[in-house]
Design a protein around this ligand. Sequence first.
Ligand SMILES: Cc1cc2nc3c(=O)[nH]c(=O)nc-3n(C[C@H](O)[C@H](O)[C@H](O)COP(=O)(O)OP(=O)(O)OC[C@H]3O[C@@H](n4cnc5c(N)ncnc54)[C@H](O)[C@@H]3O)c2cc1C
Length: 385
Amino acid sequence: MDYDDIIEQVRESVARISAEFPGEYWRNKDRKQEYPAEFVQALTDAGLLACLIPEEFGGSGLPLRVAAEIVQTIHQNGGNAAACHAQMYTMGTLLRHGSAEQKSRYLPAIASGELRLQAFGVTEPTAGTDTTSISTTAVRDGDRYIVNGQKVWISRAEYSDLMILLARTTSKEKASKRTKGLSVFIVDINEAKKYGMVIRPIRTMLNHATTEIFFENVPVPAENLIGNEGDGFSYILSGMNAERILIAAECIGDANWFIDKATRYACERKVFGRPIGQNQGIQFPIARAYAQTQAATLMVQKAVDLYDRGQDCGAEANMAKMLASEASWAAADMCMQTHGGFGLAEEYDIERKFRETRLYQIAPISTNLILAYLGEHRLGLPRSY
Ligand SMILES: Cc1cc2nc3c(=O)[nH]c(=O)nc-3n(C[C@H](O)[C@H](O)[C@H](O)COP(=O)(O)OP(=O)(O)OC[C@H]3O[C@@H](n4cnc5c(N)ncnc54)[C@H](O)[C@@H]3O)c2cc1C
């Protein structure tokens, strides 16, 4: 099927919604570190966050390239999809590995916006990137599991009804492999809060609604286990390619926003009696950022194509995310330099987007770990960690 028409419609629809949420909206939210609930609601109402949910469960059943277009357009228009992008890819864990009962119970409610699945609980303070070393445990007790431990950097948990949680059900020492003994649960956040789950916001240099979460003897019904006990790590991994590709698309959107903003300013701003863009010292960095972004865009498209054809895209998804996040950061730096002092003024939105786009070289996976993945899995070099 040719999705070009759908992509065009989606682009227009997102651009229309984005126009209702201009820079001033994002600046206010940023200043107060407030969740952009109205923007997320508008996307939900337009059915955009349910684009990847199959039609039989109330979504639109569209391929990842449409989702990538949605988040890229949000960023290209000066907004930030981080408030809601997880809803797109997190449900993939449930869709691919959940039982028929779990899917029919949750997916239609997620598609309609009745339930928000925005939280993804993997990272822990001591384990960091070394996910198999997490120490949050889920111990079976009759028809429930009892969860104890701590998570960090769990974004949007305060604005989500459900969370996909990774916990150890068998200790690393007793598991057959370090990647075994980890299990995935769907946690009803409001229910868990009644039984000792505490969410604490973390203030960060960008408005990201991220939190730390403490579990003390929190019961989770056994029926909320997704797939097989002990196989959760592979379920989480299977969703990561979609996550990386969508983040890469957001970075491309950011980079295009910075390039457009810098180009217009370089033509308008006159110093020494001529537009600053006439100086190669200003023009060439803009052209370089453009070339870098075009190259990264090709890798994002390649990763999306492989993903939508159901082919292995681990290396391409990682490269897309790395190259796009580097392109957006280079474009951010160039845009700020092009604007001189005005680049630092809040009302230009550059310093806000500069802070926002910096995140993507660290989360959801840092650049070093991508390079380690490529070295080992693509190039056959010895595992370095
Ligand atoms: C704003 C924000 C939102 C986030 N949202 C979520 C979320 O919703 N859910 C969730 O589960 N997590 C989330 N994260 C966590 C994010 O995925 C991690 O921060 C990221 O994976 C890096 O882990 P870390 O911060 O523990 O860094 P560490 O693992 O402590 O690493 C620190 C640095 O050392 C480098 N490093 C570590 N080991 C090696 C090695 N062997 N070789 C080379 N370099 C190495 C890393 O690349 C990194 O640069 C979020 C993080 C942030 C900052």
